[in-house]
Design a protein around this ligand. Structure first.
Ligand SMILES: NC(=O)c1ccc[n+]([C@@H]2O[C@H](COP(=O)([O-])OP(=O)(O)OC[C@H]3O[C@@H](n4cnc5c(N)ncnc54)[C@H](OP(=O)(O)O)[C@@H]3O)[C@@H](O)[C@H]2O)c1
Length: 260
C-alpha cells in the first residue's frame, strides 16, 4: 500500500549517492520533492527530470546545511511558498580524512562536525516546529554503523554519527505525545561518492574501499528509507541498520577477488 503519494519530502544532500537515490525512489511513488545540496545544478537538473518523468512537483535549490542563516532562511521561504515537507530526510553528510586522532586535520574535523551534526540540527530545528504545529510529519536521519562501532582512524567521523544516534533518540523522546515520528536508517558500506570525498578526490584510493566485495548501492538504502516512510502513522521505526551481506560489523568485511 502506498501511504506517501502526494506528500512532500525535503532531502538534504540530494546531488549524489544515497540522497539522489532517495529522490528517485520517492518520485517513483508520487511524492513531491524539495531537493537540496551545494551543487545547485545537479539538484535543479534532477528535480526537473523527476518532475517530468513522474508528474510530481519538484524543486531543486542550493543549500549548504552548515550555513545556519541559509538553512533558517530557506525553510522560511518554503513556508511562504507552501512547500513545507511532510517528510524530512536528513542525509547530507560526509567523512573527511582517515587519520589517527593525534595526526588528524582540524579542518576536516570542522567540516564533518559542521555538516553531520550542526547541519542536521539546523535543518531539524527549522522544520520540526512546523511538524509539531501540524501534529504530523516524519524525520528520517541517515545515520551509520559508524555511530554504532568505532573503527581505527575514524574517531571524529564516528563521533559525528554517534551524535546522530543520540539526536535521533533525543528527538524521539522530546516528541512523545505528538504524531511526529523520527527514524534513523543506518547503513554499512555503500558505494557512492563518499570515499572520494573522504580521500579528498583521490579516486584510485576511493576504489580500493569497494574492491573485491559487494557493497550496498544508494538504491538499497533508498528502499529502506521508503519502507520507513511508508509505515502507518502509529508505527515508528527508531533505528534500521542495513548492511551488505558481505559485511557483518564495521571491522568485518568479506573480500574475495573475482576470477575475471
Ligand atoms: N557511503 C557509505 O558507505 C555510508 C555509510 C553510512 C552512512 N552514510 C551516510 O550517508 C549520507 C550520504 O552519503 P553518501 O554515501 O550518499 O555520500 P555522497 O555520495 O558523497 O553524497 C553526500 C551528499 O551530501 C551532500 N553534502 C555534503 N556536504 C554538504 C553540505 N555542507 N550541505 C549540503 N549538502 C552537503 C553532497 O552534496 P554537495 O557536495 O553537492 O553539497 C552529496 O549530495 C551521509 O550522511 C553519510 O555519512 C554513508
Amino acid at each position: 500500500m502506498n501511504r506517501i503519494a502526494g506528500k512532500r519530502v525535503l532531502i538534504t544532500g540530494a546531488s549524489a549517492g544515497i540522497g539522489e537515490a532517495c529522490a528517485r525512489a520517492f518520485a517513483a511513488q508520487g511524492v513531491h520533492l524539495v531537493l537540496t545540496a551545494r551543487r545547485e545544478e545537479r539538484v535543479r537538473d534532477l528535480a526537473a527530470h523527476l518532475a517530468s518523468a513522474h508528474g510530481i512537483e519538484a524543486r531543486g535549490e542550493r543549500l549548504d546545511v552548515a550555513d545556519r542563516a541559509a538553512v533558517f532562511g530557506f525553510v522560511e521561504r518554503l513556508e511562504a511558498d507552501g512547500l513545507l515537507p511532510d517528510i524530512l530526510v536528513n542525509n547530507a553528510g560526509k567523512a573527511r580524512g582517515l587519520d589517527k586522532l593525534h595526526e588528524g586535520d582540524v579542518d576536516d574535523w570542522e567540516d564533518m562536525i559542521d555538516t553531520n551534526v550542526k547541519g542536521l540540527l539546523y535543518v531539524s530545528r527549522a522544520v520540526l516546529p512546523h511538524m509539531v504545529a501540524r501534529d504530523s510529519g516524519h524525520v528520517i536521519n541517515i545515520g551509520s554503523i559508524a555511530g554504532r562501532w568505532v573503527y581505527p582512524k575514524g574517531a571524529v567521523y564516528n563521533s559525528t554519527k554517534f551524535a546522530v544516534w543520540a539526536l535521533n533518540e533525543g528527538m524521539n523522546i522530546d516528541l512523545l505525545g505528538t504524531n511526529v515520528r523520527v527514524s534513523s536508517v543506518d547503513p554499512g558500506l555503500v558505494e557512492t561518492e563518499f570515499s572520494e570525498v573522504r580521500f579528498h578526490g583521490d579516486t584510485t584510493r576511493a576504489k580500493t574501499v569497494y574492491a573485491d566485495t559487494v557493497p550496498l548501492t544508494g538504491d538499497d538504502i533508498a528502499d529502506a528509507v521508503l519502507y520507513v516512510a511508508n509505515t502507518p502513522e502509529h508505527v515508528d521505526v527508531i533505528n534500521l541498520v542495513v548492511m551488505p551481506t558481505a559485511q557483518r560489523h564495521a571491522m568485518l568485511l568479506h573480500r574475495e577477488p573475482s576470477s575475471s
